[in-house]
Write a protein that binds this ligand. Structure first.
Ligand SMILES: *Cc1c(COP(=O)(O)O)cnc(C)c1O
Length: 395
């Protein structure tokens, strides 16, 4: 059996998105900035895509800026908040300790450039409160950036409440909604969101394309200078096939959100129940307030990457926040941020499922993970020490 359970890393492009893209490659090759007919036909497709993305976010078309993906949208939003703030002498930014690196690394850079950054603690359940944001806001705060849903542990933040707090305080609010878009209801106006990032490849669209919603009235700052595309805020000839594919994928995901969400949540809960039977295991992040497709667990006494490789050999594709997969010596900053000790964080497994997974696949995972965990524990010196009581169990 083959089970793809790594949808938080990327998704397979949907048939709908692919079908929307093919005619663009073939027939709409014009440059949307060209005045001739072929150019204007492409410009029309670009406008349709912009209107569609805007509609599904509760925004206006002129508030949508297409980018190369979630990372670029995050960078541009945060830079915008920082630049606009510094013009008024405000150089304090609030965020959380478990943001995506596109946010955290941008903030690190801004810190070196003289901004002061407050990273809020996300607690054991992986959720921050609006109250905590409110308490952190100062006279000189120019931006709050809090992710909608976390990419590793799937926890969902109280975005509407945080939006209300920021509005009340007159502070710009950006949210990285890359994991939420197409999976959770988003309405930028109702939620008082000033800027919001999305990425197509996380909701069955193509890779390398995303969008930034920026509320009208906010003077978006350029990362890329050049031509006058995207209302002069993001230069470069538009990647029209990808943009059209994103709009189609997003529309499809939003139209089927409720039904898919219910089905996937049911699979998720069954998976959590099945894997929780493994002794000395823990579910990371709040059990209920999480993305429909996210399961993230730690198993004591094993290494996440060994688990991944053995799962792969049985056709199950997942991911881990262990050191090797995080690309550094330390395990995932997200797992450390929710207070897991290093040795436990090394034994993490993220299964991110979708409506394309079946009940049989879920049962296949539930059968295989415990077998592999047991095998790995039997050859682990750490587990031996834990079993003999030479080391104390943490979970
Ligand atoms: C994937 C992801 C990003 C980056 O998006 P890209 O389109 O791959 O650049 C940013 N934030 C979160 C939460 C993500 O999951």
């Amino acid at each position: 059996m083959f089970v793809y359970a790594d949808n938080a890393a990327t998704t397979k492009i949907s048939k709908t998105a692919l079908d929307a893209m093919m005619p663009i490659f073939e027939n709409y090759y014009g440059n949307p900035s060209s005045l001739h007919t072929t150019g204007q036909e492409a410009a029309e497709k670009l406008l349709e895509a912009r209107e569609s993305v805007a509609k599904n976010l509760g925004a206006e078309a002129r508030e949508i800026y297409f980018t190369s993906g979630g990372s670029e949208a995050d960078n541009q939003a945060i830079r915008t908040g920082a630049i606009l703030g510094s013009r008024k002498g405000k150089k304090h930014i609030i965020s959380t300790a478990f943001e995506h690196h596109a946010v955290l690394h941008t903030l690190n850079k801004l810190e070196k450039e003289g901004f002061e950054i407050t990273l809020l603690d996300v607690h054991k359940n992986g959720i921050i409160t609006a109250e905590e944001v409110k308490n952190a806001i100062r006279e000189d705060t120019c931006l709050v950036t809090v992710m909608f849903a976390n990419n590793e542990i799937g926890t969902v933040q109280p975005i509407a409440e945080i939006g209300a707090v920021c509005k009340e305080a007159g502070v710009l609010f950006h949210t990285d909604a890359v994991q939420a878009a197409g999976h959770l209801e988003i309405d930028v106006k109702k939620m008082n969101i000033d800027m919001l990032s999305i990425s197509a490849h996380k909701f069955y669209g193509p890779k390398g394309v995303g969008a930034l919603y920026c509320r009208k009235g906010i003077l978006l700052q350029n990362l890329i200078e050049g031509g006058a595309q995207e209302r002069g805020k993001r230069a470069g000839t538009e990647n029209l096939p990808a943009i059209v594919g994103m709009a189609a994928a997003f529309d499809e995901a939003c139209n089927n959100m409720k039904e898919n969400g219910e089905y996937v949540s049911r699979l998720r809960d069954r998976l959590i129940e099945g894997l929780s039977a493994i002794p000395h295991s823990v579910l990371n992040g709040d059990a209920k307030c999480r993305l429909p497709g996210n399961v993230n667990m730690c198993f004591e006494g094993i290494e996440g990457e060994s688990l991944l490789l053995l799962l792969d050999s049985r056709g199950i594709e997942a991911s881990s926040g262990s050191a090797c997969t995080s690309g550094s010596l330390d395990p995932s900053h997200v797992l450390l941020a929710i207070g897991l000790p290093h040795e436990v964080a090394h034994g993490s497994l993220r299964l991110s499922i979708s409506e394309h997974n079946t009940e049989e696949e879920i049962e296949y995972i539930i059968k295989n993970v415990p077998e592999i965990v047991e095998y790995l524990r039997n050859i682990s010196p750490v587990w031996e020490a834990l079993s003999k009581g030479e080391m104390k169990h943490v979970i």
